[in-house]
Structures are given as structure tokens and as C-alpha cells.
Write a protein that binds this ligand. Structure first.
Ligand code: OXT
Ligand code: ADP
Ligand code: MG
Length: 577
């Protein structure tokens, strides 16, 4: 606490003072923000120090983008806003990608950036790291605020928290001018100015008519399907969702990060019958999933030729009819909507016709059986199936471990091969398919949950955040990174079409030893060239509970262009030279 200062105006003895630094920390702590992900520098270096001395966990990163991805996924995992703290202009911009990613994925996050002198910025006089950050952040987040006066810190933090969490969660920008931190005010008045946010994400009950309408549509379905998205996982209404799925008897399809909300080997899972259920279903109930590109916007060949009826549960009313007509919009929070449906279904809800349930089961069993022998192969060099077959077993043995996954082939194969067994244990590239979330998400997963973390990373994907393995080592986090090293983006075999000396644009250095990077910072390094070696290395690393990196050598030819989304690449009509 700063000194007691005499009031020079009145010559009376004033009370103790506080300042912007302390008010900001007190406001965050009052609202149970415990962890902050940051990169220090002017004007927030001392803020980081003081946060640490005041008992907050302050994780200092090597690059703001990864601190931001950590904060974003912390928000997803905890339903509290994850906080990222950066310096001005370049640090702010580095954090902005993650803020936009949080908004796109509906993760609650607050990006707090220090900023330079307002008067100089507004006259564009060239201050140190000058930038009109508030204006730049606005289109990329749910809300953006600047706090100019110490007495507004309590309100400013409260507004940021409520904006991030209420309704559809998302990213919020909070601009912290450097001068604010040094402002002083009477400590007692400062304490009174702080705001504890009451009920930041209030329950939003669906209208009774909307519930009845949804149940009527469901009742008339011959071939119903439930699609669970990551909004359903975020909602933490796990028991209610499981009860709804089981009471309804309907097949369900988990989107990538909803895998494990019910265990992937659940008898009603249609994860391994994806094409069939999308095409053949006549009624689809979406729970916390958008009809965006990942679901082909709800139309086209993938959805078959017969028209379908959609029931859509989402907290965001504007999501309804965004791509196609929704027969039964159910606007509200997922917990309340699912409970309302369960109540309305009564005790004698009829399960869907056996012909439909059996058709889904047959397709699922066929796909699983077809894949099984591929997962047993012990090929050297490893292909994706051989390597992921081993990791599937390790995840089954360690169901509490959090799986972080990015890449193209490494992502797409891992998603379909590795079963998840518990909710919110699979964290991946999200709505944008963004590379670079890996180490930031791994760090936050370890910090927020204390669970072990297994990262399955394409070698390109790993490169986006690889330097953060120093951060992982510094904080001694139980993170095992497996780099699927096929010497390139998608494959390691492309050649420069010009015949020149430069290698092809998708190809990396051959025989790279990513394991040595981890050893350089004191972590465990392994190299694995066969599934047996991979199994031994990952088990040893995870048993050790220490930072580890396994360099898994994958056949350079095994992957395909863009994994399973090669169809999205535009084609040139002019033949390549
Ligand atoms: O039903 P059918 O018969 O169709 O079968 C399906 C399922 O039923 C079945 N299935 C199963 N069978 C048996 N058993 C089980 N358990 C089972 N489960 C499922 O399997 C099939 C397939 O199922 P799936 O996967 O569910 O279905 P499908 O049709 O694929 O689903 C469609 C989608 C769209 C939902 C799905 O494909 C999906 O979620 N895709 C996400 C794709 C994505 O986001 N990709 C990442 C982006 S790619 C590209 O952009 C990359 N870049 C560019 C770049 C990016 N992204 N970011 C930034 C900041 N800069 C640049 C780069 C640089 S990727 C990349 C790096 C790549 O190189 P790496 O080295 O990192 O990686 P490698 O490729 O490994 O080298
Ligand atoms: P996926 O990529 O898994 O399909 P999306 O990110 O597309 O999932 O969709 C998540 C949806 O969940 C968003 O439309 C968001 O508004 C919604 N959502 C998030 N939290 C809640 C909640 N608590 N209640 C209702 N809807 C929610
Ligand atoms: Mg690769």
C-alpha cells in the first residue's frame, strides 16, 4: 500500500492511499481471477510483479499470442474469463489474434493491454508504442473498454467480466493506460469502488412454447439425431445432457471438442457413422453447435436430398436461421433448455424406431472394425494409424489427461482415432482451424486443472508455438508433447516445381530433432521411430509428470493435402509450369 500523504490543499492529514496497480489487482481478486497469462514490459512489468506478490499466479510467456491462447482456453475450461496481460502496440497486436480466436470460438477471455499517453495518441504525436488500441480491438471482440480514472477500475473490471461471460461468451478488450496504474486515490474510497460481479452468466430459461414446439418436432421424428458442440461442453451441464441423450434413445454426433461429453464408446455415439447420420437423419437437434463450415452449413450433398427439421439450442438468438430454417429454435442456456426438455419428455418417452438405431450401429461398428487392424500396425517409418493407435490406448489408460491436438493430418486422424472418455478433455484448433494454439492451450490446461496434458502436434503446428516449451519447463508443468515429424506441412515429399535450389514451400529440414529443443531447457527428450518405441516413450514421459517431448518420426508420404479438408483449397485453371 502506498504511503499516507498529507493533503496539501487542506493541510489535513489524509487517509492511506491506494493506486491503480493495487485497485486493478484487488478488482480481479475480488472476482476470483486467480491466474494471469502475460508477457512483461512497459507499462505492465510492475503490474505483473505486484500481481505475483499479491498471491496471483502469473504465467510469463515468450510471446503474447500464446499467453492469449492460454487465457482463451482457460476461459473455456473454467467458465471464468481467462486473463491475458500485454504491453502496448506490438504486444497488444500479438495478443489480438487470440482475442479474435476467443470471440470466434465463444470462449470468455479478457485481453488487458497497457497503452501509451492518451493525449499523445489522439494527436498522433508519436509516443512510445503509440496505437489507438481501443479502436483496433473493437471489431474483433464482444466489447472493448478503456479505464481512464482510478476510481473507475472497479466498474471497468466488472463490465469486462460481465461482457465476457454473459449471453454468448467471448473476448473482451480492456485498455489500461500506463498513467492509470500510477494514479492514486484514498484507499478506503478505492476499496468501496470495487465491484463484485453478481451472477455474471444468469440462467436464460427457454420459453414454455418453444420447449413444447421442440418436443413436438422430436416426437414426430423417424430418424432423429442430436449434435453436441463445444458450447454443450462449455456449459458444464454434463449430467443433464447425458440424461437427455439416454432418455431420448437418439444417436448423437459429437463435434470435435464435444468428444468425451459422453464417452466416445457410448452405445448411442454416432461419431463413427458421421456421413450416414448427417445424410439419413430426418430431424436434427443441435446443442451448442453452429451450422457453420464444420457442418457444411446444414445443406448440400453431405446432408442428403430429403428436407430435415432442425431444433437448435443456443444462448444466442441471432444464431437461429443463420444458415437454414430452424423449425424449433430453443433460445436459452443449455442447462436450462436441456432440463426443460427432460421435464417435458415425461417418463414414457418413446425411443426412435429400431430400424434407425440399428442402421447407425451397423455403420458405426463397420467403420470401427475397418479401422481396428490399421491401428495395430507396427510399420517403420510410422504412419498416422500406427502411431495414433498407440496413443489411443494411452489416452484410454489415462482418461483424465487433457489432449491438445493440432496439425492437418495429425489433427484429423487423431480426432477420429482417439476416443475421449470424459468431458472437456479434448482441446483443439476450434472454429478457425488455427495452428499455434498448442503450447498455450497445454500450459493453461495444466495450470487450470492440475491434470496431465498430452499434446499431439503436427511438426508445422508445433512450430507456431514451439518456443513456449521453455515456459513449460520453467513452470515444471506435466506436459508431454508428441511431435508428428513428417518433415513438412501435410507431407515431407513435395519438390520445388521450378527445379530451383530452394526446397518446396511445404517442406522442412529433414531429420529435425525437436526432442533436443526440450532437452535444451531441462525437459525430457525422446525419439520414437516405431509404435512400440512411441508407446514406451509417452508412458515414461507421462509417468514422470515432467515436461517432455517425443519426436515421433512419421512417414513423409503418409499425409494428404490439408488432411480431410483438401476440398476447401481453391484450384487454379491455369496449368502449373
Ligand atoms: O462416416 P464416414 O464414413 O464419412 O467416416 C468418418 C467417421 O464416421 C469416421 N470415424 C471413425 N471411424 C472409425 N472409428 C472411429 N472411432 C471413428 N470416428 C470417426 O471417420 C471419418 C472421418 O470422421 P470425421 O473426422 O469426424 O469427419 P470429417 O468428414 O472429416 O468431418 C468434417 C470436419 C470438417 C468436421 C472435420 O474434417 C474437421 O473437424 N476438420 C477440421 C479441420 C481443420 O480445422 N484443420 C486445420 C486447418 S488445415 C490448414 O489450414 C493448415 N495450415 C494453414 C494455417 C492454419 N491453419 N493456421 C494458421 C495460423 N496458419 C496457417 C497449416 C500451416 S494445417 C497446417 C499445418 C499442417 O502441417 P502439420 O505438420 O502440422 O500436420 P500434418 O498434416 O500432420 O503434416
Ligand atoms: P462446435 O465448433 O463444437 O460445433 P460452435 O463453437 O460452433 O461449436 O458452437 C458453440 C455454440 O454454443 C455457440 O453458438 C454459442 O453461442 C453456444 N453456447 C455457448 N455456451 C452456451 C451456453 N451456456 N448455453 C447455450 N449456448 C451456448
Ligand atoms: Mg507435418
Amino acid at each position: 500500500m502506498p504511503d499516507i500523504a498529507p493533503d496539501t490543499e487542506t493541510h489535513e492529514e489524509a487517509g492511506p492511499l491506494t493506486d491503480g496497480f493495487h485497485l486493478l489487482i484487488d478488482a480481479l481478486k475480488l472476482n476470483e481471477v486467480e491466474n494471469v497469462y502475460m508477457v512483461p514490459g512497459i507499462p505492465v512489468t510492475d503490474l505483473g510483479r505486484m500481481m505475483q506478490s499479491e498471491g496471483m499466479r502469473v504465467l510469463s510467456f515468450r510471446h503474447e499470442q500464446h499467453a492469449g491462447y492460454a487465457a482463451a482456453i482457460a476461459g473455456y475450461l473454467t467458465k471464468k474469463p481467462g486473463v491475458c496481460l500485454t504491453v502496448s502496440a506490438p504486444g497488444f497486436l500479438n495478443g489480438l489474434t487470440a482475442l479474435a480466436h476467443a470471440t470466434t470460438n465463444c470462449y470468455p477471455m479478457i485481453l488487458m493491454s497497457g497503452s501509451s499517453e492518451r493525449e499523445i495518441i489522439d494527436l498522433m504525436q508519436g509516443d512510445y508504442e503509440e496505437m489507438d488500441q481501443l479502436a483496433i480491438a473493437k471489431p474483433l471482440c464482444k466489447a472493448a473498454f478503456r479505464i481512464n480514472h482510478a476510481e473507475d477500475i472497479g466498474i471497468g473490471v466488472a463490465r469486462a467480466i460481465r461482457a465476457a461471460l454473459s449471453g454468448r461468451p467471448g473476448g473482451v478488450y480492456l485498455d489500461i493506460p500506463g498513467a492509470l496504474l500510477g494514479q492514486t486515490m484514498d484507499a478506503a474510497a478505492g476499496e468501496k469502488s470495487l465491484v463484485k460481479v453478481i451472477d455474471p452468466a444468469p440462467a436464460q430459461l427457454p420459453g414454455p412454447n418453444a420447449v413444447t414446439r421442440a418436443l413436438n418436432v422430436l416426437k414426430n421424428a423417424e430418424r432423429p439425431l442430436i449434435i453436441l458442440g463445444k458450447g454443450a461442453a462449455y456449459a458444464q451441464a454434463d449430467d443433464a445432457i447425458k440424461a437427455l441423450v439416454e432418455k431420448s434413445g437418439m444417436p448423437y454426433l459429437p463435434m470435435s471438442m464435444a468428444k468425451g461429453l459422453l464417452p466416445d464408446d457410448h452405445p448411442q455415439s454416432a461419431g463413427a457413422a458421421r456421413s450416414l447420420v448427417l445424410k439419413e437423419s430426418d430431424t436434427v437437434m443441435l446443442i451448442g453447435a453452429r451450422l457453420n463450415w464444420l457442418l457444411s452449413h446444414g445443406k448440400g450433398k453431405q446432408w442428403g436430398s430429403e428436407p430435415k427439421k432442425f431444433i437448435h439450442i443456443d444462448i444466442e438468438p441471432k444464431e437461429m436461421d443463420s444458415n437454414i430454417e430452424i423449425a424449433a429454435p430453443l433460445v436459452g442456456d443449455i442447462g436450462s433448455c436441456v432440463h426443460a426438455l427432460l421435464d417435458g419428455m415425461g417418463d414414457d418417452w418413446a425411443h426412435p424406431p429400431a430400424s434407425w438405431v440399428d442402421a447407425v450401429k451397423t455403420k458405426r461398428d463397420t467403420n470401427v472394425e475397418r479401422m481396428a487392424p490399421k491401428l495395430q500396425n507396427n510399420n517403420v517409418p510410422m504412419d498416422y494409424h500406427g502411431a495414433l493407435g498407440v496413443l489411443k490406448g494411452i489416452v484410454a489408460d489415462r482418461p483424465d489427461a487433457i489432449l491438445v491436438n493440432e496439425g492437418a493430418n495429425t489433427l484429423d486422424f487423431a480426432r477420429s482415432i482417439i476416443d475421449m472418455h470424459k468431458p472437456r478433455k479434448r482441446l483443439d484448433v476450434g472454429t478457425w482451424g488455427v495452428m499455434g494454439i498448442g503450447m498455450g492451450q497445454a500450459i493453461a490446461a495444466a495450470v487450470e486443472t492440475d491434470n496431465p496434458v498430452l499434446c499431439i502436434e503436427g511438426d508445422s503446428a508445433f512450430g507456431f508455438s514451439g518456443m513456449e516449451i521453455e515456459t513449460i519447463c520453467r513452470y515444471k508443468l506435466p506436459v508431454c508433447v508428441v511431435v508428428f515429424n513428417n518433415s513438412g506441412i501435410y507431407r515431407g515429399t513435395d519438390v520445388n516445381p521450378s527445379g530451383g535450389d530452394d526446397v518446396a514451400t511445404t517442406v522442412f529440414v529433414k531429420d529435425a530433432r525437436y526432442d533436443k529443443m526440450m532437452e535444451a531447457f531441462g525437459g525430457l527428450g525422446f525419439i520414437a521411430t516405431s509404435p512400440d518405441e512411441l508407446k514406451r516413450a509417452v508412458n515414461e514421459a507421462m509417468d514422470a509428470g515432467r515436461p517432455a517431448l517425443v519426436n515421433a518420426v512419421i512417414d513423409e508420404q503418409a499425409g494428404t493435402e490439408s488432411g480431410r479438408i483438401g476440398n476447401l483449397n481453391p484450384q487454379s485453371v491455369v496449368a502449373q509450369k
